[in-house]
Design a binder for this molecule. Structure first.
Ligand code: ADP
Ligand code: MG
Length: 591
């Protein structure tokens, strides 16, 4: 029998490393802890600088209260905090941190330096300390304006098992950006900056009025979100709700554009989530997610924010009331936006009743056969025939976009459905279908490629060639297999099967230029959607191509099956409905 194990007290450094396992799992969580310290210090300006997605370096600078030189070492000790000193304080704590764990934990798994300067006539410069293997160096003078700069180098350099789990720079950057967005949308009062590998990704002055706030939102959530969103400003008793919510036809594949704040804090909460889901239940496609930036205000006593260590969850004293308030406010906003139960809403531009795109989500009832017959007659014999044949003898549902009657000048498909006439822009429609397919292929098994029988040489500029060579992996993900074949030429070997009928050389050049801009684009998702949009454009039926009846019907069926097919990727509608009443009105019937 072996001896019983000996019990020993763990050394501080190890304790910190173990704690780090809970506080810090990737660069973005370091950014979050450092930023929260800046917020607690009353900062009005916060700059975040990352290298290699934060794996190589994370720097957070603020203009907050600073730390006295004599306190720098203390700040790095475990359970050292300036924020509470008794259990009574804990009940009322309003700061983000209070456990005194973040800095020592981070320091135990990285090379950390803390530079700080307090506002004081006798402090002409700041002071810096460094932590190496648990040892805090003596403070040395350092250059800094008022405030604090924390620098975290080589995260997990001494914990290979965790370092291994860090993802590609780009992925880590995305995580940090997600946190930054949540911060920037919740704190319009702050000046904020995010820099990655020496390039500014976001730079925001404080946003005080609504126009300035919307400018910030446009940069963070995209202008499409803003264009489709309605302003909510509701009050009931002590409760207030304000912010931006996108009408249902702007929606997302993931719940990644949902920013909800309770008394200024970002919150994930079941009561809130349920109220939102209910408000959107009738107007959103199944499996799609709404987008919003919303701020709920209520008296501090009506909500407990300290139930969760990261304060992401809250507990409402009167959750029923909060739920009903949210639900009714959002429902009203959505129906005001015209996206409520009746998606067939009047269009004003043409001065006639017209449903644009959004009608796609409605189930449509059985046809009135007489109406269709009469209507087909109006459209002429050709139309009557095909319309008639398609309907003949069946009481089955007429598809949403109806059956094709004819093609107009090689641009529009005319079809008839239960409501009347549908006009479809065939190029825009096809583009939308291709776009959604590319997106879902990429999200699934990847974009299927087709090998070119004869590889295609594409002449480009030298910088484009350099770029394409370096970006060959990204191109591969997009289904483009490209090699360099000279200083100013590339050779394209494979391309997405979906786009095989387009112009491959134009496609490649456009994708390269898009990827090049992607580097500067602030939103990774918007950028990749841009690329798909560009690609889809190349693979789509051009205007002026004649389609036969089967081809037209196939296109209409594809559109019905494609989510958000009501709009093409450029935000233009793909189809419009002219219902019978509208047509009757045009012909002054029944007046
Ligand atoms: P906590 O935030 O839970 O108190 P931390 O380990 O994050 O613990 O920070 C320890 C202490 O260091 C804080 O209580 C605060 O006094 C000081 N400190 C950290 N960062 C800053 C900063 N950016 N500005 C001013 N003081 C800071
Ligand atoms: Mg802290």
């Amino acid at each position: 029998m072996s001896a019983a194990p000996r019990i020993t007290i763990l050394p501080d450094h190890l304790v910190n490393q173990i704690a780090a396992g809970e506080v810090v799992d990737r660069p973005s969580s370091v950014v979050k802890e450092l930023v929260e310290n800046s917020l607690d210090a009353g900062a009005t300006v916060i700059r975040i600088k990352l290298e290699q997605g934060g794996k190589r370096a994370i720097r957070v600078e603020d203009d907050g209260s600073g730390i006295e030189p004599g306190q720098l070492a203390a700040a790095l000790q475990r359970h050292a905090t300036s924020k509470i000193s008794s259990l009574a304080d804990l009940e009322n704590v309003s700061s983000m941190g209070f456990r005194g764990e973040a800095l020592p934990s981070i320091a135990s798994v990285s090379r950390l330096a803390l530079v700080s300067r307090v506002q004081h006539p006798e402090s002409p410069h700041g002071w810096q300390v460094k932590v190496r293997r648990g040892e805090v160096s003596a403070p040395e003078p350092a250059a800094i304006e008022q405030g604090t700069r924390a620098e975290v180098l080589d995260l997990f350099y001494n914990v290979p098992a965790r370092r291994k789990f860090l993802r590609a720079d780009r992925t880590e950057l995305q995580h940090a950006e997600r946190f930054f967005k949540q911060l920037a949308l919740g704190r319009f009062d702050l000046a904020l900056e995010l820099e990655s590998d020496g390039r500014t990704r976001y730079q925001f002055p404080p946003a005080t009025d609504r126009a300035q706030r919307e400018r910030r939102i446009g940069k963070l959530c995209g202008h499409e979100f803003l264009q489709h969103s309605v302003w909510v400003d509701e009050q009931r008793g002590d409760l207030t709700l304000h912010g931006w919510v996108a009408e249902a036809r702007y929606n997302r594949a993931r719940a990644d554009m949902q920013y909800f704040y309770v008394n200024g804090r970002p919150v994930r909460d079941r009561v809130v989530a349920h109220a939102v889901r209910k408000a959107f239940a009738d107007v959103l496609f199944h499996g799609r997610h709404p987008a919003f930036v919303l701020f709920l205000g209520l008296p501090a006593a009506a909500v407990d924010v300290n139930v969760h260590p990261q304060k992401l969850e809250v507990r409402f004293r009167e959750s029923r009331m909060v739920h009903d308030f949210l639900f009714s406010s959002l429902s009203r906003a959505l129906s005001d936006a015209g996206a409520g139960a009746g998606a067939l809403r009047p269009g004003s531009e043409l001065g006639m009743g017209m449903a644009v795109g959004a009608g796609i989500q409605l189930g449509i009832t059985l046809p009135v056969r007489e109406q269709i017959r009469a209507y087909a007659a109006v459209l002429g014999s050709d139309a009557r025939q095909s319309g008639h044949e398609a309907m003949a003898g069946e009481e089955a549902d007429i598809p949403l976009l109806g059956f094709a009657l004819a093609q107009l000048h090689g641009v529009y498909i005319l079809s008839q459905n239960a409501h009347g006439l549908v006009l479809t822009d065939m190029h825009a429609a096809h583009e939308r279908i291709t776009y959604e397919r590319l997106k879902s292929l990429q999200a699934g098994d990847g974009i299927k490629t087709q090998r070119l029988l004869v590889p295609l040489v594409v002449v480009v500029s030298e910088s484009e060639a350099d770029f394409a060579e370096a970006a060959s992996e990204e191109l591969l993900v997009l289904g483009l297999v490209v090699d360099r074949s000279g200083p100013e030429s590339l050779v394209l070997r494979e391309l997405p099967a979906l786009l095989a009928h387009g112009d491959p050389s134009a496609l490649l050049k456009d994708v390269i230029s898009n990827l090049q801009n992607d580097g500067q684009s602030s939103r990774v998702e918007e950028a990749s959607n841009d690329i798909f949009s560009t690609m889809a454009c190349h693979g789509s039926v051009r205007a002026n191509r004649r389609l036969n009846g089967d081809e037209m019907n196939a296109l209409l069926r594809d559109m019905e099956a494609t989510e958000r097919s009501g709009q093409c990727n450029h935000g233009r509608p793909t189809w419009i409905q002219l219902d019978m009443q509208t047509l009757d009105r045009l012909f002054l019937r029944g007046r």
